[in-house]
Each structure stands twice: as C-alpha cells, then as structure tokens.
Design a protein around this ligand. Structure first.
Ligand code: ADP
Length: 167
C-alpha cells in the first residue's frame, strides 16, 4: 500500500487543496493530510479547526464518498516532516504546484528533505486552471477586505471564515 503525506498549513483548506487530494488518490492508496502545527507562525484557525474543516471537505463531491473518505486521513504534526513520514511509514511527500512562484520554495524544501532523508521522495501535482491563483493567504486577505470568496473554498469553510473575521 502506498501512502503519501500531504503536508501544509491549510489555514484554511481551499478548493486547490481538495483538488490535489483528489488527484493524489489516483496515484496513492492512502493520503495523510498533515496540518503543520507551527507555534512560530501565526494562523487564523487553530490546528483543530483546520483539521475539522479538512475532514468536512474530503469526499463530499462524489457518490464514492465512503471509499474516498476511508483513504484519506487527517492528522497534525510538529517538527521535521521527514521524521513524521518515518513515524507514519510513508515514503512520499505530496505537494501542489501553482505558479512559477511556488517552484523555488518547493525545490528548496524538496532538496532539504532529500538531504535529511534520502529514502523519502517529494512528488508534485500541478494545480488545475480553476485553482491556479487560489491560496489560503489570498483567500483570507480578500475575505478580510470584504471580498466574496465562498466559491474558492469548500462549502463548510466559507461561513467559518467569515465568522472568524467577524463578518
Ligand atoms: P504551506 O504553508 O506549506 O505552503 P499550504 O497550506 O499553503 O502550505 O499548501 C500546502 C500545499 O498545497 C503546498 O504544496 C501548496 O503549493 C499546495 N497548494 C496550495 N494551494 C493550491 C492550489 N490552489 N492548487 C494546487 N496546490 C495548492
């Protein structure tokens, strides 16, 4: 069974993240969506809130819901990603690529992780057209300024985002 770890901040999960999870299920038997718990980085949502939103968002788009849900696990981790992968027995890190801007950062991360643990490979899935410009940060920025972003995030996320921002 091939397991991939899909790590990120997911603050909050967007349609772009959901798309990567769905595409990832084509290649991997199991995906562990791992929310990075980073005390040094301020987040809008708590780790538990982010985990709950990811759980609510996975497997809601097809009639194969049950099968899909059973292949996606949601968890959180602290510290080195490669240590977490080893702990979970996973040899693949899954990441999404959007514009060229993502490339340099992702290349650095992938190479650092390979340096730390040569047995773990990072694999990338390209963002699709609809989600090419969607990021958690931009969604939050636009929502803060009064923009309508509900269509860029899973159905349960929009109301929580607006509630958090006091709108
Ligand atoms: P991080 O803080 O580690 O960048 P994010 O939650 O922002 O975490 O993203 C996690 C992963 O998902 C990253 O690989 C990021 O490039 C990818 N990703 C985020 N948004 C999209 C999107 N719209 N389409 C494809 N991949 C995305």
């Amino acid at each position: 069974m091939t397991t991939a770890i899909y790590p990120g901040s997911f603050d909050p999960i967007t349609n772009g993240h959901v798309c990567i999870i769905e595409s990832g299920l084509v290649a991997f038997d199991r995906i562990i969506v791992a929310v990075l718990s980073n005390p040094r980085k301020s987040a809008l949502f708590t780790v538990n809130e982010r985990i709950e939103m990811i759980r609510e968002s996975v497997g809601k788009t097809s009639d194969k819901d049950e099968v899909r849900r059973s292949r996606v696990e949601v968890d959180s981790f602290e510290g080195l990603l490669v240590d977490y992968c080893n702990q979970k027995g996973a040899r693949v890190v899954l990441r999404g690529l959007r514009a060229v801007a993502d490339f340099e950062y992702e290349l650095q991360m992938a190479n650092m992780n390979r340096h730390l643990e040569p047995n773990i490979e990072t694999m990338f899935i390209m963002a699709n057209d609809a989600n090419f410009y969607v990021s958690s940060n931009l969604v939050k920025e636009a929502a803060k300024l009064g923009g309508e972003v509900s269509r860029l995030v899973p159905p349960s996320v929009g109301p929580k985002l607006y509630a958090k921002l006091g709108r």
